[in-house]
Design a protein around this ligand. Sequence first.
Ligand SMILES: Cc1cc2nc3c(=O)[nH]c(=O)nc-3n(C[C@H](O)[C@H](O)[C@H](O)COP(=O)(O)OP(=O)(O)OC[C@H]3O[C@@H](n4cnc5c(N)ncnc54)[C@H](O)[C@@H]3O)c2cc1C
Length: 347
Amino acid sequence: MIKQSENADITSLTTFGITAGCGSLFEYDTDSDLAALHSQGVFRRPYITLGGGSNLLFVNGFYPGAVITSRNDSVTWRGLDTDFPLMECGAALQLDRACSLAAEAGLWGLENLSGIPGSVGGAAVQNAGAYGAEFADAAVTLKVFDTRTGQTAEMPAANCGYGYRTSIFKAPENSGRYIITAVTFRLSRPCRANLSYRGLTEALGYDEITAEAASALTPRQIRTAVLAVRDRKLPDPSKAGSAGSFFKNPVVSADEYQQIICLSGMEPSGHRLPDGSIKLSAAWLIDKAGCKTLTCGGAALWPSQPLVLVNASGATGADVATLAAEVSARVRQRFGVTLTPEVIYIR
Ligand SMILES: Cc1cc2nc3c(=O)[nH]c(=O)nc-3n(C[C@H](O)[C@H](O)[C@H](O)COP(=O)(O)OP(=O)(O)OC[C@H]3O[C@@H](n4cnc5c(N)ncnc54)[C@H](O)[C@@H]3O)c2cc1C
């Protein structure tokens, strides 16, 4: 069934808590509903797809086009009696709900993603990730509605161009073209503990963890540790609106890294990637560029994680965008590094 609302208030459908509205809001349940919207010509006019609204900034407070959002939060299990069960989730299912269901069933694959706000569909676009794991590590197939053809097709996750917070769905030529309606995750009964993020081992109560101790862990224990680490660092969207990390961690070549050291006289925090490039900590750059206490209107940086811009008190989308531009400018001036927003601007 399709529910259509005109001049809808969608403030509560996003996590920034910034007043936002849209020309039309279409809430749908099935792929047939999307086919019906296609027949009505909805996708020939400006539209965006909304998941949990946890990575979006409505810059002007009102988007004049159509907002399309799924209500399908179904979960279907297959092969539960095997070592590698499949869990098919409707696009509207909260990613954290999928993580919780898997962990409670004693299945590995999603535990490190616990606590990431938003929907399974949004995570599939952003390749959401945390603590050494990404959406793409566990996803096997996506059900995708093509708004050009009006057809639904299955797409192997391996063909979705997944990389650091990116996918083919974000490529300019595909912008808005595909609506993800379901995702199938392949989970594992045999232990697959991913402890590559050091803070996680510490949260589990170990300085160093032996292979034997790691193999005795459960997905539920990792989930609990992840949620505890997140709680300490990140704002709870119900208390301080945000869209999580506002910028991506910049990746630079070894030569560029040396240039940054020469320019700034500092050795930026980061870690080397397998191809020799270095992923810098955007939070460190922002801090050392002296941005931590910057504000604009009601927008500010979150004290324990300056990579997160928050709606501290009645911020507008423009306040956040202006603050983000100022942070970027200062980092560029101090380190010669350009920060790329992870958050998607809707105008
Ligand atoms: C407090 C906080 C902490 C966060 N921590 C993390 C973190 O640790 N790691 C991380 O990766 N992210 C994090 N985020 C960002 C955000 O939660 C993720 O990017 C999340 O995956 C976005 O999902 P969403 O459903 O909210 O997508 P939305 O914000 O609704 O949309 C994001 C993009 O996906 C598109 N989209 C959404 N659903 C669909 C669909 N079904 N089909 C096609 N396109 C769609 C939208 O058009 C938009 O382009 C955090 C956010 C907050 C507020």
